[in-house]
Ligand binder design. Structure first.
Ligand code: MLC
Ligand code: AMP
Length: 494
């Protein structure tokens, strides 16, 4: 395992690092691009000194060039969701005090006005690349490296800051635990503004010297063609992807299903995470492909914390055991450590894998740690030695298709609709999405509202995956004596 300086890329420069459609890039080519980009970013400076550089780039050589270029030049990388509504970006850019934004082509057009407004320099990758690589700074481990936005129990997403040390710990733990080698090949179709795509797939793959195949989205026909061809030996996804694959199998002929399943069967590893993998799905996948899914548990603030073993029992419905180097402890509501089995408590985490801070938000940072433990807000129990996730302590967090969504953020947008006087958003159990965003609405006197009209109205005001899948119009919302909406009562209504 590599313990050298970060960021590390595969040792063998002649091997293929990235495949993007018909294009293939060796580690030597990727390294050259990164160094030229870092040099261009630096210009006259010898270190970016944690300048926040945002980028709005789909999975591509350019994405890797910018991410690693910012790291090598001493900046903080702020990868943005290319599927974001532009209205959502203002918060990210202004709260992170971003000074430069990297985007290409049509993406530049959609960002120009916002960047002008916020006094952010908008540049393409081509414009930044220096002719030749120059001298790059030495970056110490404790330096801030990346900021990812996470939704939570407040209505505005917070910037989760990790250092070079955090990221290295997150990557190297997984390389060991899941036995990554340079012979691995993995498809990457998950979004690149979250750790699942960034750390578990892209960064682990590149650190190990493996080949990462890039897709702008989850393109089932193209990806399954490659699975039939035996291109990949590792596959990592959220549970919704496995559900969608099974739904796809139902729409194609039996011969193709058989070939795809044989392709999965031949792989060395299939992983599920970012949301609970239902036992039924685990069993279906095993029956179809012979693969015993390896389920693991993680979070933006900690990378991966708990995982079923690579070698050993992978238990359906359980997330397994703490990963090496990650301390995990359950605590009760009085902050007392729980040391017996079968007693539920909040998962708290310690280790080099834990993030540094919420950007510019000392209060939120302080509140999320207790006695040095990061409090995840997830509740779990240990049974026969393995952790089982039971749920979350907050009803205001929804996990839809692996995306963490804030009910309050969605409510805040819906409340600006002319016809709506009160709103409560909850996640309702759903076979495809895990939880489906559902909005309970009280309308203003005399107003009417159809679902399709509301969906169209939301378009452009929030990322499409946050738009409610269903609405329920009610006369009043259930409230407790303090006047607070009782969301568990709403869940019971469904
Ligand atoms: C897409 N849609 C969703 C959705 N994704 N709706 C609800 N929840 C989602 N997650 C909607 C779109 O708005 C659109 O609606 C329709 O589905 C088709 O969109 P699409 O983009 O074509 O869908 P698809 O490609 O099938 O996307 C599904 C998906 C995607 C599963 C590939 O959601 C995804 O990439 N999820 C993973 C997110 C992730 O990486 N999370 C990890 C966070 S890190 P309409 O109505 O317009 O048709 C983390 C830590 C850890 O959690 O432990 O890993
Ligand atoms: P995010 O904040 O987007 O990184 O999402 C992290 C959250 O996803 C965790 O706090 C959990 O609630 C959830 N999560 C991740 N993996 C799992 C899993 N295997 N089972 C259940 N929930 C999970």
């Amino acid at each position: 395992m590599h313990t050298g300086s970060f960021p590390h890329l595969g040792d063998d420069n002649s091997r293929t690092a990235l495949v993007d459609g018909d294009q293939r890039f060796t580690y030597a080519e990727v390294n050259q691009c990164i160094n030229r980009f870092a040099t261009g970013l630096l210009g006259e400076k010898d270190d970016l000194q944690e300048e926040r550089i945002a980028f709005f780039i789909p999975a591509s050589l350019d994405y890797v060039t910018v991410m690693h270029g910012v790291w090598r030049a001493g900046g903080i990388a702020v990868p943005l969701n290319v599927a974001s509504a532009v209205a959502e970006l203002e918060h990210y850019l202004s709260s992170a005090s971003v000074t430069r934004m990297i985007a290409n082509g049509e993406y530049q057009d959609s960002l120009r006005d916002l960047c002008n407004e916020l006094d952010i320099e908008l540049l393409s990758v081509e414009e930044v690349l220096a002719e030749t690589p120059g001298k790059l700074p030495e970056i110490t481990d404790d330096r801030r490296a990346m900021m990812l936005f996470t939704s939570g129990t407040t209505n505005k997403p917070k910037g989760v800051v990790s250092t070079h040390k955090t990221i290295r710990a997150q990557i190297t733990t997984l390389i060991d635990a899941w036995a990554w080698t340079e012979d691995d090949a993995i498809p990457l179709f998950l979004p690149l503004h979250h750790i699942h795509g960034i750390i578990n797939i892209l960064s682990c793959g590149l650190w190990a010297g493996a080949t990462v195949h890039l897709f702008a989205k989850f393109d089932i026909p193209r990806i399954t063609d490659q699975i039939i061809a035996g291109t990949y030996n590792v596959f990592m996804a959220v549970p919704t992807i496995y559900v969608k694959l099974i739904q796809y199998f139902e729409s194609i002929d039996a011969e193709r299903v058989e070939k795809i399943c044989a392709g999965f069967k031949a792989m060395r590893l299939n992983i599920s995470g970012s949301a609970a993998c239902p036992v039924k799905l685990f069993k279906q996948w095993q029956e179809l492909t012979g693969q015993v899914l390896l389920e693991r548990y993680g979070m933006t603030e900690i990378g991966m914390g708990i995982s079923n073993p690579y070698n050993g029992e992978r238990r359906a419905g359980y997330v397994g055991l703490p990963l090496p180097g990650v301390e995990v402890q359950l605590f009760d509501e009085n902050d007392q450590a729980i040391n017996e089995e079968s007693k539920a408590g909040e998962i708290r985490i310690k280790g080099d894998n834990v993030f540094l801070e919420y950007w510019n938000n000392e209060r939120a940072t302080e509140e999320s740690f207790r006695d040095g433990w990061f409090c995840t807000g997830d509740v779990a129990v240990i049974e026969d030695g393995y952790y089982r996730i039971m749920g979350r302590s907050s009803v205001d967090i929804i996990k839809s298709g692996g995306y963490k969504l804030s009910a309050l953020e969605i409510e805040g947008v819906l409340l600006t609709h002319d016809a709506i006087s009160e709103v409560a958003v909850i996640g309702v159990e759903d076979d495809t999405w895990g939880e489906a965003v559902t909005a309970f609405l009280v309308l203003k006197d005399g107003a009417g509202l159809e679902y399709e009209a509301l969906k169209n109205w939301c378009d452009g005001k929030m990322s499409s995956y946050k738009i409610p899948k269903d609405i329920k119009i009610v006369d009043a919302l259930p409230r407790n004596a303090m006047g607070k909406v009782t969301k568990p009562a709403l869940k019971k209504l469904i």
